[in-house]
Design a protein around this ligand. Sequence first.
Ligand SMILES: Nc1ncnc2c1ncn2[C@@H]1O[C@H](COP(=O)(O)OP(=O)(O)O)[C@@H](O)[C@H]1O
Ligand SMILES: [Mg+2]
Length: 267
Amino acid sequence: MNGLTVRRGRTAVLHDVDLEVRAGEFTAIVGANGAGKTTLLQAIAGVIRPPRGTVRVAGRDVARTDARRLSDRIGFVFQNPEHQFIAHTAFDELAHGLRVRRMPEHDVRARTLAMLDRFGLADHRDVHPFQLSGGQKRRLSVGTALITGAPVLALDEPTFGQDRSRADELLALLRELHDEGTTVLVVTHDMQLVTDHADRTVVLAGGRILRVGDTDAVFADDDLIERSGLLPPPLRRALRDLSSHPALAEVTRIADLPDEPTAAVPL
Ligand SMILES: Nc1ncnc2c1ncn2[C@@H]1O[C@H](COP(=O)(O)OP(=O)(O)O)[C@@H](O)[C@H]1O
Ligand SMILES: [Mg+2]
């Protein structure tokens, strides 16, 4: 995207943002609350129209593409999956995107059943989306975003409010989709998600891009992470606490380690 400026009311929320995401990458967008992450993701997916600048997805100008064509290219998963549910059963929720494209009902059925199966929802096909568990809702929303075969998936805080094991389940699914070639863009506060899964990281602050780079390089810059109001990922924090511990301050060789490191280094 080029020169993307987005206003909300009278204030510019994104200022002249340039960003290129290559096909097949797993990209994380991070930053403090209010940095503009959701706005950026929604502008990329065409959920909101930018007043200035262009966004292209697979070569197509998002602002000039109708919603249906756009959702063939990029699927969007809202922070709260309930915001996107429109049908009365999980089956119909998935089938909707295919039916509006006038796919023959026989094919709709086959494709929807395959998706239910793949996302672990086969036994819940007749359940109302609102009655599903949190993890099932999330999987249904990802399935809905992808059922028409969009090559790009954009997710806003997909692990928000979930415990680690449910979050990991979703991440395994994203990993799988990514391995099959889906371009994944994810807005998140979950730094473990970012360092474990994202090839590239975009750091936003105050509606501007502070840094775009390979995830490892971005997180190796402790100053940048602190300036942008982010918590370093747990492992990095643990290592930093370890290296700043007085008992270890001058340790450079294994032989210099205290005899009983666990006793000497309470973490
Ligand atoms: N609909 C809206 N109307 C007015 N201001 C908004 C609206 N949505 C977001 N904002 C403002 O835009 C800024 C960026 O918001 P957002 O993109 O939601 O940030 P993030 O997702 O990084 O927390 C914030 O200052 C927020 O208050
Ligand atoms: Mg947000």
